[in-house]
Design a protein around this ligand. Structure first.
Ligand code: ZN
Ligand code: ZN
Length: 244
């Protein structure tokens, strides 16, 4: 058990307002959670009690509102808190499959977005990570790409360097599942797609050929652009009617 049950006064996010019952409550939280992090399962790191509903938002100091996390995972939950900057990268990329929803998130907000289509997936079971060995060898900053499952199926099929062995996730997934879902991947990668995975899918059907595979997709698939276009059209029509 080692240092797990210790009371670590220096690790509190904020000493102000933590009443005399806090140490006891924190100890109860750790005991209930088996002295292990609920995000990653680690039991050999400094453990802290995290408020699911923050105190600043009226979250009570009650056992039901507390969950045990290790310090690196606590940093994942509090992305903007600089006090965790030194340890955040030590947290595993994926949360454990048994992690409760409030702490089941990827290591960085970027990792929740698919590197190919840019789509955000809050549910980590919808994501897989691809570690490109050529990338890792070159010592590049990104040692992995996170991909939504449809895009992963496409990359797996189209990119020879990508094999099932290079893909990881926190839930069971098979080559079959990814291959089956690849047709749901967008035809074109997003403008900001990572070069390693910026692969085009062969379009099928008239709509995909005419819209999804041409710049028309910016007009049709983006709500903001659609509304802006509508506004311009209305403005022009109004001008034509009102100005003699
Ligand atoms: Zn952890
Ligand atoms: Zn994607």
């Amino acid at each position: 058990m080692g240092t797990n049950g210790r009371t670590d006064h220096t690790e509190r996010p904020d000493d102000r307002g933590y009443g005399p019952g806090w140490d006891e409550l924190r100890a109860k939280t750790l005991r209930r959670d088996g002295y292990a992090c609920r995000r990653c399962g680690a039991d050999d790191r400094t453990l802290q009690a995290h408020h699911v509903v923050p105190r600043s938002a009226g979250g009570p100091d009650e056992l039901e509102n507390l969950v045990t996390v290790c310090r690196p995972c606590h940093g994942v939950i509090h992305q903007s808190n600089r006090a965790f900057d030194d340890v955040r990268d030590d947290a595993p990329l994926f949360p454990d499959r048994t992690a409760p929803a409030p702490v089941a998130r990827m290591r960085t907000p970027d990792d929740q977005c698919c590197s190919r289509c840019g789509g955000e997936r809050a549910d980590p079971t919808e994501l897989v990570a691809w570690t490109d060995p050529t990338d890792a060898a070159s010592g590049s900053e990104t040692d992995h790409e996170t991909l939504c499952k449809p895009c992963a199926g496409l990359v797996l099929e189209a990119e020879p360097a990508c094999t099932r062995d290079g893909l990881t996730g926190n839930h069971e997934f098979s080559t079959h599942e990814l291959t089956r879902r690849r047709t749901d991947a967008s035809v074109r990668p997003s403008l900001f797609a990572s070069p390693a995975v910026a692969i085009r899918r062969e379009p099928r059907g008239a709509r995909e050929r005419l819209v999804d595979d041409t710049p028309l997709r910016f007009l049709v698939n983006h709500r903001g652009v659609r509304w802006a276009t509508l506004a311009v059209v209305c403005y022009v029509l109004l001008m034509v009617v009102l100005v003699p």
